[in-house]
Design a protein around this ligand. Structure first.
Ligand SMILES: *Cc1c(COP(=O)(O)O)cnc(C)c1O
Length: 387
């Protein structure tokens, strides 16, 4: 096998485009000079468009989880009471973070593999008038579910003033996000998923309503105190040394998204989802989620008559193809294909071809080519070739 060849089809980290890689190799600059301010000025408006907000999107060094923690520590006062909607492992992480800060958590859990229903959340919330924030996951990476985030705020607002706080780590940048229009108060994402960058940056935006809560919170911590980042970003600077190499990369990644056009980026992700799902349907291998709940960025497959872990081992060894396994209660029961960021329909066709061989080697009886052909038909029907 070619030693440098890796096919990374996990739901983050994702492959890095060559031009982003090159941008990150630029010589270091001073973080208090004009060059850094110019860089932030170039990034700011484009990041806002991706989030669908008029608020400045803060860029903080840390993995996605630091963004979840920032949301908790800034927007929930000590001893506060919150509702966390849990649709999988990442919803559960919000519970853990809140509990680490001594916050009282009401957990609304749905069966893993399904999306939440905003009306059921609304009913549940009526019972807890003291809840000051509702936490939700946009794409639940552990199950491949995309939750109806666009409908959450309007449902919650009928019964509560609670802030709406969303983990968008595994999809913002790959799917439509209209933070302001949908009434989201805090949106968090990270660099290593749909943004086509290495891990190391988190992005977080805060609504005007949520800023009021943040400023009235006596205990915002230190490094993750968002008021510091907001104040400095207004002057195109940062409170602490930024991860400059990642900012060079971010500038270029946003350039790529802009050139493709955000609508086309989103369309590409939807197309890849449909190709993957149709392929597994043709191969008669069950998917974990139904079509309505399925994410555009990650697909979970639930084998019945072959071993998911054996299959993953085979494709890694044969081709250097990585897909993710299941997490926690789904460990060993599913495998998950990441199709986000620097990933195209062409990559999906190749991935499916490799996976069919892996299926046979893992003992699953399939007819070669059926999955690939199904994906090709979707492409011919819905794909747009405008290169
Ligand atoms: C990847 C991911 C995170 C953050 O994980 P880090 O390892 O801290 O970057 C958070 N939420 C979701 C939904 C994710 O997919």
């Amino acid at each position: 096998m070619l030693q440098d060849q890796q096919y990374l089809r996990i739901p983050g980290p994702t492959p890095i485009p060559p031009s982003v890689q090159r941008a990150m190799a630029q010589p270091m600059i001073g973080h208090r000079g004009n060059e850094t301010s110019d860089l932030l000025r170039s990034i700011k408006p484009r990041l806002k468009k991706v989030f669908g907000t008029d608020q400045d999107v803060m860029i903080i060094t840390g993995s996605g989880t630091s963004g979840l923690e920032a949301a908790v520590v800034n927007a929930v006062k000590p001893l506060g009471e919150v509702l966390v909607i849990v649709t999988g492992a990442f919803g559960a992480r919000f519970v853990q973070i809140c509990e680490a800060y001594g916050i009282r958590v009401h957990m609304y859990e749905v069966e893993w593999g399904q999306a939440f229903n905003p009306h059921e959340i609304q009913e549940y919330l009526r019972k807890f008038p003291e809840v000051s924030a509702v936490f939700a996951t946009y794409c639940e990476t552990s199950t491949g579910v995309m939750n109806p985030i666009h409908e959450l705020a309007s449902a919650v607002k009928e019964v509560s003033d609670a802030l709406i706080i969303v983990d968008g780590v595994s999809c913002v940048g790959g799917v439509e996000t209209k933070m302001d229009e949908w009434g989201i108060d805090i949106m968090v994402t990270g660099s290593q998923k749909a943004f086509m960058l290495p891990a190391g940056l988190m992005f977080i935006a805060v609504s005007e309503r949520a800023w009021e809560v943040v400023y009235s919170n006596p205990n915002r911590g230190f490094y993750l105190d968002l008021s510091k980042y907001r104040k400095d970003l207004e002057k195109d600077t940062t409170p602490f040394t930024p991860a400059l190499s990642l900012l060079f990369g971010l500038d270029q990644a946003l350039e790529l998204m802009d050139t493709e056009g955000l609508e086309n980026v989103y369309g590409r992700h939807t197309l890849m989802k449909e190709m993957v799902r149709e392929a597994f349907r043709a191969l008669e291998i069950p998917l974990l989620t139904n079509d309505e709940d399925a994410s555009d960025t990650v697909t979970a497959v639930q084998p019945e008559d072959f071993d998911a872990e054996e299959f993953r081992k085979v494709i890694k060894k044969e081709f250097g193809l990585s897909v993710a396994g299941g997490q926690e209660r789904l460990k060993g029961k599913i495998f998950r294909i990441g199709h986000m960021g620097y990933c195209s329909p062409a990559d999906i066709l190749q991935t499916l071809g490799m996976m069919e061989i892996g299926l046979i080697k893992a003992g699953k009886n399939i007819e070669l080519g059926q999955g690939v052909a199904a994906a090709q038909r979707i492409y011919l029907e819905k794909g747009e070739n405008d290169r």
